[in-house]
Ligand binder design. Sequence first.
Ligand code: ZN
Length: 152
Amino acid sequence: MSDWVTPGGLISGRTLPGLLLATGQFLPVTDIHRLASTSSLTRLVMNAEGQVLDVGRTVRRATRTQRRAILARYTTCMVDDCHLPAHLCQIDHVQNWSDAGATDLDNLGPTCQFHNRDRYQHPDRYQLRRVGDNRWAFTYIGPRPGRLSRVD
Ligand SMILES: [Zn+2]
């Protein structure tokens, strides 16, 4: 690769398409094709300090930085009327990981162990709503009347 780049960072003589990296090295299109066929692409969103906030579907568990950002946004479990402090909660995917939910900051929030499991087992019993620009909340609405079995 480096033989394609002059000491000043310019591509010497060759005109094949490729990508000029921030390091000044030129990555030929053949290498880009090889990387694309043997790698997975992950979108990373970082904060001003360069800490990762969004990792898409590559990683299931929240990063330490994501957890810190979530604890700055929430004080309790994100289910209404549940008062368990956020720092004692699990970090939950608003759209469940099993339903293709991403491990992105905007799709994460704290839920206590009970609500994490109950929401996963009975998603129809919870109603999701946005709170402000960057938080979510769930309201427990209980079993839907049509799904209750009658006991005489
Ligand atoms: Zn809870």
